[in-house]
Write a protein that binds this ligand. Structure first.
Ligand code: NFS
Length: 663
């Protein structure tokens, strides 16, 4: 195969074979990607912006602040720490707002479903009952739709609630709830906390950085324990709680003889409707009439993760591959809704027969076709979108689809599944995980979340995850991090034997799981909050989330949502490490979030740009926590006999092919 030189320095950040292969083809010749634009910008990042000390919040500036230089405060007198805290807080507010608006749509879709106004159904009745109890909704003698309607309305009310506190805070350990109460950061209502944080960052309002950070905490907690958790839970109830499922993550999942439709964005209402419509006879007949063998729906970004987790639909691309997937020339339509969609996809699509179809009134784009997705007529909307894609099939010109690398992933590790595989249906629990952390086979747990970013090598997630699992740290992954780790082959059960340390490999072999567990999309980071809460409740690993040998990272983040997620993890007691944070222009603010914050919630931030060092800082944190718990003793390697295996698996050695928690 003749390879065209991709030819940009940013392209040095590409290690993914499929990405390289596509960009090297003639068909991709005219395509400019963000990798190229990182180069073309030809200037290094502004130091004030990177340090978080450029203030644009009023028209006396912009003011660029130099920490410690008396003349270089803002015109209003704002200091480096005030400006850094304001900018950081605005990122938390924007990230939380994004999750909030997504969650509101899901709750409204859930209510409409309960009323019978959509084509969807209440699928997971056991989970409906569990959540109904959390919200004090009566379940005895009531129809599932009746319960769902009351639950949905109670959830919706929490967006506009003005006082009291969010219901799902009570799912946190009592110790954490007490801490939140003591420092006054229990979120009262979801929208209220975003609005108040925006208000407090306005010129001349909250000028005490630590006080401002309290509200940043409250806002982020409203996201994690409110909006995101509601979204995950109600989506599971409506579309099914994920169970282990095999699929593929690679650009090579595009099909040469089918109508390829990529669904990109975040809200699964659209994606689910497309999945249903793509299987209907009239759509398949239309595709055949156009000369195609079928309709191949594949995912991009977090929507991809949603339909991978619940339906096993392959993921074609993570965030940094959204242009690459179009550069194959083999995509008839890229259907997008909200968030993480680069404006450049419309430009890339111009080189091909591809339509970019926007579907949400909130998120339009020049050069795209807009077909408004209507929840109440979801299948009709979905069919209109697919009809447009099918019509493009005949216009397809030269294209190139890389050979699929056929690296399977096993996804679907919801909390319910993790409970189930550890103990079967009758003894489902986190006990085996806690026990194996205590006995040292598993050193600790790492959460890997969030984005990819063109500025850094695309194998960063893989480097970190390999280092962690080699050192017996179990990895829980979500979002584009999960996609990258799937692409790297770390979500196959066999990866445990190939790459994990002996203790972790033994546990994975016993349970039949990969060493990296896919827990879903970015809103599904709320699953991680419940996982750590359950680890505390199970006992033996301390009384606080902050006692657990657990660490989190979003190592090459790009979205403000990642900052909101990081902050709700920190506000819940976790250690969270990013490669960079725009606060370093202020010494006080940096010290506060990396040290002082620990006094508030037990959690703190850390910053480390080098991926291997970052992994080792996570491991060092895990070891510190093990030491404090008195469990950091070296264990002799023990070979499991059958009795021990039975004990570990709660009597059932449940493989990933199990029917799952809801069965
Ligand atoms: Ni989350 Fe990052 Fe976007 Fe999903 Fe991907 S870029 S913060 S992982 S798709 S939201």
């Amino acid at each position: 195969m003749s390879m065209r030189k991709i030819g940009c320095e940013g392209c040095d950040n590409i290690t993914c074979p499929s990405t390289k292969e596509v960009l090297a083809q003639d068909v991709a010749k005219g395509v400019k990607t963000a990798f190229h634009r990182v180069d073309d910008r030809g200037m290094s990042a502004c130091l004030f912006g990177s340090g978080g000390v450029c203030c644009r919040n009023c028209n006396m500036g912009p003011c660029q602040i130099i920490d410690g230089v008396a003349e270089m405060v803002g015109v209003c007198g704002a200091t480096a720490e005030t400006v850094a805290a304001r900018n950081f807080s605005r990122m938390v507010a924007a990230g939380s707002a994004a999750h909030t608006d997504h969650a509101r749509e899901m709750v409204q879709g859930f209510i409409a479903t309960a009323k019978g106004e959509t084509e969807h159904q209440i699928k997971d009745v056991a989970k409906l009952h569990t959540l109904a109890k959390v919200f004090d909704v009566e379940i005895e003698g009531r129809d599932k739709n009746e319960i769902a309607l009351e639950l949905g309305e109670k959830c919706l009310a929490e967006f506009g609630q003005q006082s009291g506190f969010l219901t799902m805070l009570k799912r946190a350990p009592a110790t954490l709830q007490a801490m939140w109460k003591k420092i006054g950061v229990e979120p009262r209502g979801i929208d209220r906390e975003v609005v108040e944080l925006m208000h407090r960052t306005h010129m001349g309002v909250d000028q005490e950085y630590k006080n401002l950070m309290l509200q940043a905490n409250r806002c982020a907690l409203a996201d994690g324990w409110g909006a995101s958790m509601m979204s995950t839970e109600l989506t599971d109830i409506m579309f099914g709680t994920p169970v282990p499922i095999r699929s593929i993550v690679d650009i090579g999942v595009l099909q040469k003889d089918q109508v390829n439709v990529t669904v990109h964005g975040h809200e699964p209402l659209l994606a689910e409707a497309l999945c249903m419509a793509a299987q209907e006879d009239d759509m398949l007949a239309l595709a055949k009439k156009a000369g195609a063998k079928g309709i191949n729906l594949v995912g991009v970004c977090c929507t991809g993760n949603e339909i991978l987790m619940r339906r096993g639909i392959p993921v074609a691309a993570g965030f940094i591959q959204q242009e690459i997937v179009l550069a194959t020339g083999a995509v008839e339509a890229m259907v997008v809704d909200i968030q993480c969609i680069m404006q450049s996809v419309a430009e890339v699509a111009k080189s091909f027969h591809t339509d970019i179809i926007t579907t949400n009134y909130r998120a339009k784009m020049e050069g795209a076709v807009h077909i408004q997705f209507d929840d109440d007529n979801a299948i009709i909307s979905a069919k209109e979108i697919l009809t447009k894609a099918i019509a493009n099939y005949k216009k397809r010109g030269k294209f190139y689809i890389p050979e699929s690398k056929k690296l399977d992933v096993v996804a679907g590790f919801s909390n319910e599944t993790v409970n189930y595989i550890q103990g079967g249906r009758f003894r489902a629990s986190y006990r085996p995980l806690n026990d194996n952390i205590i006995n040292g086979r598993i050193r600790g747990v790492a959460a890997m979340v969030g984005c990819d970013n063109y500025k850094y090598s695309d194998d960063t997630h893989e480097i970190i995850a390999r280092e962690l699992i080699k050192n017996n740290v179990l990895v829980l992954a979500t979002g584009c991090s999960a996609t990258a780790l799937g692409r790297a082959g770390l979500m196959r059960p066999e990866a445990a034997q190939e790459f994990a340390g002996a203790g972790l490999a033994e546990i994975c072999e016993t349970l039949g799981t990969p060493p990296v567990l896919h827990m879903g999309s970015c809103v599904d980071n709320s699953r991680l909050l419940l996982a750590v809460s359950q680890m505390v409740a199970e006992g033996g690993l301390g009384e606080h989330i902050s006692d657990l040998p657990v660490a989190g990272t979003s190592p090459i983040w790009m979205s403000e949502k990642a900052v909101a997620i990081g902050q709700y993890f920190v506000g819940s007691g976790l250690y969270v490490i990013f490669n960079a944070l725009p606060v370093t222009g202020s010494k006080k603010m940096t010290k506060y979030i990396t040290e002082g914050h620990e006094e508030l919630s037990g959690g703190k931030w850390a910053i480390e740009p080098d991926p291997v060092k970052l992994a080792h800082k996570m491991i060092a944190h895990i070891d510190d926590k093990r030491e404090a718990l008195g469990i950091n003793k070296k264990q002799d390697r023990v070979l499991f006999d059958m009795d021990m295996r039975r004990d570990l698996g709660g009597g059932a050695v449940a493989g990933v092919g199990c029917a799952g928690p809801g069965s």
